[in-house]
Design a binder for this molecule. Structure first.
Ligand code: HEC
Length: 154
């Protein structure tokens, strides 16, 4: 259902790509309405900032910050929050199922990170922080390869 349009669209894009002899693929968000795309970008910038402050907090043993910022990443779940129903539909239509699954897994990890802050468990924080970073790279290398061309597919 959702994917029928997308498939057709992808086929069109593929033909155009062939016609223009261009080998470069588009990022998954390239076709989103501009306001939905900019919301997603805003969320990413916030997540980026939260990850940096979590990193500093882990190495300082500042467990409260790990707990709060982990929760902030989890709560930023764009598909459930800041986005309008139409925007959500546009986003779901534009991205493949694998992207949505990665997004869900990513937010689940953020919740685990927050919990490990609450437990003052530095070893768990280190492990989950690494898994979260892996999740950033996995999603970017699969779905944002045009913008982030420096990433190999992980
Ligand atoms: C489920 C997929 C997914 C995950 C997971 C993900 N990102 Fe992103 N990220 C994107 C997409 C898609 C874009 C490109 C948005 C655009 O330009 O249309 C992006 C863009 C960004 C940007 C650029 C924002 C801008 O436009 O200025 C930053 C920074 C970023 N991500 C950081 C992160 C960090 C840090 C993580 C992990 C903690 C992460 N992302 C995890 C999908 C993801």
């Amino acid at each position: 259902m959702i994917f029928t349009n997308k498939r057709l669209f992808a086929l069109g894009t593929l033909c155009l790509t062939f016609l223009s002899q261009s080998a470069s693929a588009q990022d998954v968000t390239a076709e989103l309405p501009p306001e939905v795309r900019s919301l997603l970008q805003r969320e990413m910038v916030q997540i980026d900032a939260a990850m940096k402050s979590i990193h500093g907090a882990i190495v300082r043993g500042d467990h409260d910050v790990v707990e709060k910022q982990g929760k902030a990443i989890h709560d930023s779940f764009i598909l459930q929050q800041s986005i309008t129903p139409e925007g959500r539909k546009a986003l779901k239509n534009a991205v493949p199922e694998g992207f949505l699954q990665l997004d869900q897994g990513f937010h689940a990890l953020a919740a685990q990170l927050s919990d490990s802050g609450g437990r003052k468990d530095t070893a768990a924080q280190l492990k989950i922080f690494g898994q979260l970073t892996q999740a950033c790279v996995t999603c970017h290398s699969h779905y944002v390869y045009e913008r982030f061309g420096g990433l190999d597919t992980q």
